[in-house]
Design a protein around this ligand. Structure first.
Ligand code: MRU
Length: 357
């Protein structure tokens, strides 16, 4: 038996193993104590992995869903075209139902179905091959976009700065580099001394379990804080910039991201600290006019009361509210950092320009 893996950098967060017909992911629910790979073969396994956050983070679930849809198409490759297409569309709707807020999920699935339609004249096995190429393109483009976000983000930070991040917009939320963390990884590689403050991110602790883990493994200087300590650290001059990721950017620049992001943005605004949102352009959703139109996922209350505790931390039967995301008003965002460059207000025309629409 091989020794258990200890270094995250050895693995991509999500990839296709074509010969095995499997989507391979790091099971993020076991981090930071165990790096364990899952080989997901069925649609139900992939749906469950997205729903339960075994694979999570907006770009990563897009890449996972694209790979999952290729696997579905491969299973249907013996059918005549009309049944094949109907089967793939059904699988697309099923995977799309796993989580509602991150646009990358439906974006990647729509892109896969568009690819199928563009190749409709080919024999079904060749369409399946095109879907494999498309899923791989979505994965590779994510790596390139994150790297470019890192380069653009680096122009906004200076040596010795304290940088606050919330949730996990790191390599575990993408394929490599992450979005909000990409400038931090690149800065560190180039010898900058950055002091990264990581919000633990209640209730599922993506900051503590994932961001603190991946950044400290890569050798960055990381300080873990509870969510309610961000304002105090800002007031005391320890934080010079905030970098967060996002799940959906509305056309007007409102940003859906992990619950708690809005509080961080308000504090940063109060103390005059720049608040940067790292976003691959695939996260910008021009079809959603503003934050009020974004569907916010509501998750089970048990995540607040029991999940990470040895004993319940709330009275049995207490009423809970557990929105997984909030929306930060565009006026609180200093700039978006995309793979195409830094986007400053007014956001609406700037988005149209970088998306060439
Ligand atoms: O519920 P999660 O863990 O999927 O939420 C993830 C976030 O909110 C991230 O900040 C967001 O997806 C950006 S990832 C680059």
């Amino acid at each position: 038996m091989s020794a258990p893996a200890t270094n995250l950098a050895q693995f991509d967060t999500v990839r296709l193993d074509r010969p095995a017909g499997a989507l391979v992911i790091i099971d993020q629910t076991l981090l930071p104590t165990q790096i364990s790979l899952l080989h997901l073969k069925t649609q139900a396994e992939i749906w469950e992995a997205i729903k339960t956050l075994r694979v999570r983070g907006a770009p990563a679930i897009g890449v996972a869903a694209a790979g999952g849809l290729y696997l579905a198409a491969r299973e249907l490759a013996d059918l005549a075209y009309p049944d094949f297409r109907a089967g793939v569309e059904k699988a697309k709707d099923y995977l799309d139902s796993s989580r509602p807020t991150a646009v990358n999920l439906s974006w990647a699935l729509r892109r896969m179905l568009r690819c199928l339609d563009q190749h409709a004249a080919l024999p079904v096995p060749q369409i399946v091959e095109s879907l494999y190429q498309e899923a791989e393109a979505i994965r590779t483009e994510d790596i390139q976009a994150c790297r470019a976000i890192g380069e653009h983000g680096l122009t906004l930070i200076q040596d010795n700065w304290g940088i606050l991040t919330h949730c996990n917009a790191g390599r575990l939320a993408a394929v490599r580099y992450g979005t909000a963390t990409a400038p931090l990884y690149l800065g560190h590689e180039r010898g900058m001394r950055l002091h990264v403050f990581v919000d633990e991110t209640r209730p599922l602790l993506q900051g503590a379990r994932l961001t603190a883990f991946e950044l400290s493994q890569a050798g960055l200087d990381v300080t873990l804080i509870c969510d309610n300590m961000a304002a105090w650290n800002m007031k005391n001059g320890r934080i010079q910039a905030v970098f967060v990721g996002c799940d959906r950017v509305a056309a007007n620049g409102d940003v859906a991201n992990k619950i708690g992001t809005l509080s961080v943005a308000l504090c940063a605004h109060h103390y005059g600290i720049p608040f940067y949102v790292a976003a691959p352009t695939s996260t910008i959703d021009l079809a959603t006019p503003d934050g009020g139109s974004i569907r916010i996922e509501e998750r089970q209350g048990v995540e607040i009361t029991d999940l990470w505790y040895r004993q319940p931390m709330a009275p049995a039967g207490i009423k809970t509210s557990n929105p997984a995301f909030d929306v930060t008003d565009q006026g609180l965002v200093t700039a978006f950092v995309t793979e195409k460059g830094v986007v400053r207000p007014p956001f609406q025309p700037a988005f149209r320009e970088i998306l060439s629409v």
